[in-house]
Design a protein around this ligand. Structure first.
Ligand code: ASP
Length: 324
């Protein structure tokens, strides 16, 4: 078990409040001690990798996480890996691990919406269910998973879609891939995509930022980012990838200057059409498919780190987004 912090490790002096608490304060040993039933499921070795509120997630912690997953996956007596994480940026870490940790040993993220001291904490059951899934033969070669609220989600597809509810996580296009009910771990389908190869995690990440299309956006943000030398931009576009005319012009200029531009949707569900409405130069604005802007940013950054020339090759970049 690799612990990184989050609300699952949060505590509060007011158990009745869902908002007044401190994330990432309880050590993983205490989280495990609170769930004696774990002893009947697995022998657990725990590493306190970090103790952060995941809103402050860093590239350095991502690298360390990938490195520790690789280390533990290679141990012959390890059947599965569970990672405790904050919910705020979990979908980004899940995307990174989906792309960077390709293997057969199950890697299962889990989290909680309520702190460990809450009147009705969801962490202990999520932790137990995550270990049940990680120890289950059915989880083998299913890619990185999230287990939360008795559901199993594919790491690539899952996103946080509620500020406070315990059922905050959804896979908007495909739904959960399985369920946990007490001892029963049930997979109902395979993940929509598994990467063919593990993407290397860069030592130095290319700068990829997110901009949004909305009424009268102006071009000031895109121009400033292009001038600052970003390698890539993900546009949280409207609807089916529609981009405001003023942004189309700014993004076309940025793309001409060598910035990779990818369109995602701000709607929260569905695929972005290829080619883009409202018809920028063919292929210039790559579609993120069904990846939301935060997940698309992770793939774009890994792709540009591996192959900087992709910024000038929208067709190849589009193929990567279609495959991954
Ligand atoms: N801010 C917390 C975090 O992401 C929220 C949570 O875990 O639910 O670390």
């Amino acid at each position: 078990m690799l612990a990184t912090g989050g609300t699952i490790a949060g505590s509060s002096s007011n158990p009745a409040s869902s908002a007044k608490y401190q994330a990432a304060t309880v050590p993983v040993t205490a989280l495990l001690d609170a769930v004696p039933a774990l002893g009947a499921v697995a022998r657990i070795e725990a590493e306190q990798l970090a103790q952060v509120d995941s809103k402050d997630m860093s590239f350095a912690l991502w690298s360390r996480l990938v490195e520790r997953v690789a280390f533990w996956s290679a141990q012959p007596d390890v059947s599965g890996i569970v990672i405790t994480h904050g919910t705020d940026t979990l979908e980004e870490t899940a995307m990174l691990l989906h792309l960077a940790c390709v293997g057969t040993v199950p890697v299962v993220l889990t989290a909680a919406m309520r702190p460990s001291t809450s009147l009705s904490a969801d962490g202990p059951l999520n932790l137990l269910d995550a270990v049940r899934v990680a120890a289950d033969a059915g989880a083998t070669a299913k890619g990185v998973l999230l287990v939360i609220n008795q559901e199993i989600h594919a790491g690539r597809d899952v996103m946080k879609a509620h500020t406070s509810a315990v059922n905050a996580f959804v896979s908007p296009v495909s739904g959960p891939i399985g369920f946990v009910q007490d001892n029963l771990v049930r997979f109902v389908r395979t993940p929509s995509r598994l990467p063919a190869k593990a993407w290397p995690v860069p030592g130095a990440w290319p700068q990829v930022e997110i901009v949004a299309s909305y009424a009268e956006p102006g071009r000031i943000v895109v121009d400033a980012l292009a001038q600052a030398g970003v390698s890539g931009l993900v546009v949280a576009a409207a609807g089916n990838g529609s981009v405001h005319q003023s942004l189309v012009e700014a993004l076309t200029d940025a793309a001409g200057a060598g910035v990779a531009v990818v369109r995602s949707s701000r709607t929260g569900a569905g695929h972005v059409a290829i080619p883009a409405p409202p018809r920028p130069a063919a292929g210039v604005f790559v579609s993120a498919g069904d990846l939301n802007p935060y997940k698309a940013r992770v793939l774009l950054a890994l792709a540009l780190a591996a192959e900087p020339g992709l910024a000038k090759d929208p067709a190849a970049l589009q193929a990567l987004f279609t495959e991954n």
